[in-house]
Design a binder for this molecule. Structure first.
Ligand SMILES: Cc1cc2nc3c(=O)[nH]c(=O)nc-3n(C[C@H](O)[C@H](O)[C@H](O)COP(=O)(O)OP(=O)(O)OC[C@H]3O[C@@H](n4cnc5c(N)ncnc54)[C@H](O)[C@@H]3O)c2cc1C
Length: 478
């Protein structure tokens, strides 16, 4: 309230200044009129969508200033806390994000949570435009009895655990059993399978957290099932991820020949990427009888056409499904698979962090029209000056490249709306007042980064992630 008074009095003041200038000096009038206020844009979330949008805005709008508000004291979202530690090349995008962060017109405000430390209303008052890119931090559930039991863990939490997301370090997944059943067949599911089956030595030189390496060194897991409702032609994993699984030392991949029955009929109609993936599966299936199983203690076991039905203490029951128009339909037949640990990997979803966001609870994403957030879903009227990008707007699918393209498109929309005056930028906006808040700046993050890389050197790792928020804040000096 006090801010809006200030804001309007500033505007009043400016108007007065203009009229005075008009009377006294036409040159001064011109300079006052043309010195349009800097366009202040706030981006919520320092993941790929946030950084790519910032990069685009700073390049296209010479008179803009971008503030990134991030919940954690550290940036990069799922690039740091999702991407598998044995995929360091994927994390190279961090170099691009760092260049953007070092732009003089960008400020990073880490350790500030939208919905807790700052409200959307406040951000909208203090910026000409707000772009929400706070990602997807929840997971889809199977909605089965016993799902809350200790041996049923979401893949999202498991990934967060080995990647050192603050708060995930106490997960303590029980790796004392032989059989793990992963429900879901996307690339996240395959990442998790690889982390469980990878020889420990190949993880020691990655940024896997030390406590996870220690737990994995005691793991008794030998068989990992990867179970999907549909058939091999609908498999959600991609060829690169499958190739990696097939190359894992001392791991035998075993397909079920029955799952591939009848796929010849559709094979010719497949698009090239899917055709290549299917060829690889068939090649591996063809070779498995000739390979000696005794060489490998561990097994990777993809299972198709099974829908989760019941969870028991040491196994899971699945309905055997049939495909009807590409949809998996459960039959009355069932099969049980051993499962000392169940990892649920059927997708992420976003949460509504501020009650003023027009949020689709069912789908777990923000209602929007090509990045413009709606006032309400029914009228389809756009809430001027509020935007969404990344997984929060599109749903939790796609890789970093997809997120980049989406973020560029929404950033272009913001530029278009500013240039066409759909957003009122005639009066200056002050940006966020961070006084009294424990905010980690970019310099603070650089101190954390340095401490992590230094600690990693001692154990030949790219970094040893700091997991405790108080410790991060201490190092950042806030
Ligand atoms: C396990 C996993 C592995 C993946 N591996 C790959 C891979 O190998 N290659 C690839 O190309 N893609 C991969 N992806 C996909 C990629 O990570 C996503 O495309 C991308 O991270 C989505 O970006 P985003 O900015 O929308 O969300 P995010 O990366 O989730 O970023 C959102 C940011 O918002 C912050 N935030 C959350 N809530 C708030 C709040 N209330 N206030 C302020 N900030 C908040 C979060 O802390 C986070 O930093 C993977 C995804 C997952 C889940």
């Amino acid at each position: 309230m006090s801010f809006s008074l200030n804001f309007y009095s500033i505007r009043k003041l400016l108007n007065i200044k203009r009229s005075k200038a008009f009377i006294t000096n036409s040159v001064r009038l011109q300079s006052v009129q043309h010195a349009a206020p800097i366009k202040r844009i706030c981006i919520v979330g320092a993941g790929p969508a946030g950084f790519y949008a910032a990069q685009y805005l700073l390049k296209q709008l010479s008179d803009c200033a971008v503030d990134i508000v991030e919940k954690l004291p550290v940036p990069f979202g799922l690039v740091r806390f999702g991407v598998a530690p044995d995929h360091p090349e994927v994390k190279n995008v961090i170099n691009t994000f760092t260049k953007t962060a070092e732009h003089p017109q960008l400020r990073f405000f880490g350790n500030l949570t939208l919905g807790t430390d700052v409200s959307l209303e406040e951000l909208r008052e203090r910026y000409h435009a707000v772009l929400l890119t706070y990602g997807a931090d929840q997971d889809q559930e199977l909605k089965l009895p016993n799902e809350q039991k200790a041996h049923v863990v979401s893949a999202r939490k498991f990934v967060a655990w080995y990647n050192g997301l603050p708060g995930a370090e106490d997960l303590q997944p029980d790796l004392s059993g032989r059989d793990v059943c992963i429900v879901g067949q996307g690339n996240v599911a395959v990442d998790v399978a690889r982390m469980l089956l990878n020889p420990l030595d190949s993880l020691k030189s990655t940024d896997t957290t030390e406590y996870a390496l220690e737990a994995l060194s005691r793991s008794k897991v030998e068989r990992v099932y990867l179970v999907g409702r549909r058939g091999p032609l609908q498999a959600a994993f991609t060829i690169k991820e499958l190739r990696e699984m097939l190359k894992l030392p001392n791991v035998q991949t075993l397909w079920r020949a029955g799952d591939f029955k009848g796929i010849d009929a559709d094979f010719a109609k497949l698009q090239r990427p899917r055709k290549r993936l299917t060829e690889l599966m068939l090649k591996s299936l063809g070779e498995q009888s000739t390979k000696s199983a005794t060489e490998s203690r561990k097994q990777f076991l993809p299972v198709f056409l099974r829908a989760p039905k019941s969870i028991f203490d040491r196994n899971m029951e699945f309905s055997i499904t049939e495909l009807q128009n590409n949809v998996a339909v459960a039959t009355n037949a069932t099969e049980q698979l051993p499962a000392d640990l169940v990892l649920r990997s059927i997708g992420y979803k976003s949460s509504c962090v501020d009650s003023s966001i027009c949020f689709d609870v069912q789908r777990g994403q923000v209602f929007n029209q090509r990045g413009r957030v709606l006032k309400d879903a029914k009228s389809q009227i756009v809430d001027s000056g509020l935007y969404v990008a990344g997984w929060l707007g599109s749903g939790p699918t796609g890789v970093i490249l997809t997120t980049m393209n989406g973020a560029f498109t929404v950033a272009k929309t913001i530029c278009d709306d500013i240039l066409s005056h759909s957003i009122d930028t005639s009066a200056p906006r002050p940006g966020l007042d961070i006084s009294g808040k424990r905010v980690v700046t970019w310099a603070g993050w650089q101190r954390i980064d340095q401490a992590e890389t230094q600690a990693g050197k001692e154990s030949n790792k790219p970094r040893e992630k700091i997991v405790s928020v108080p410790e991060m804040l201490n190092i950042a000096g806030v």
